[in-house]
Design a protein around this ligand. Sequence first.
Ligand code: GRF
Length: 199
Amino acid sequence: MTPTTQPPGASSSPARVVVLVSGTGTLLQALLEACVDPSYGVAVVAVGADRDRIAGLDRARDRGLPTFVVPLREHADRASWDVALAEALAEHRPDLVLSAGFMKILGPAVLGRFVVVNTHPALLPSFPGAHAVRDALAHGVRVSGCTLHRVDAGVDTGPILAQRAVAVLPDDTEESLHERIKAAERELLVQELPRLLGR
Ligand code: GRF
């Protein structure tokens, strides 16, 4: 996926990624650690959220990265929130926007302007939505996993970019399975992101 904003011949400079988070931010942390190596070819240039006082933003601030918060409740409706989020993202000139535990549906203002990739804790197209791990367990699957996919207008319906399987154990709870899936998500994300950005 070649970002439209990247000028020809610029591939030697790190690709600019803005990460969107809503919570703990362990996926963000894994990416930040990978980005320390200049040969990785990717730089997280800012971190955005839909709420303040979350660990994900603290992880960014600890590294001196710019952060921004665009809360839905501060906007009259979803459409104006979407436009405000697109404006906040544009300030950081991302080659790619990564939704990593961002729990809001993105709208046309963001999706029409940026390449957006999401990481999801299930093997799509099975178990889309906000309760993927719970739904997979309730269905009794023996294998679940994680998916890196391009975001489109649907809920977890965009083209699949990469996946990794995770076995479901007989005594798994939602929490234990999600923790193992998140470990796989971190690995998959760090491995695949440079490739997606042509690095
Ligand atoms: C991940 O499983 C992600 O797929 C889901 O939320 C989790 C985020 O974890 N949407 P963290 O906040 O990065 O620890």
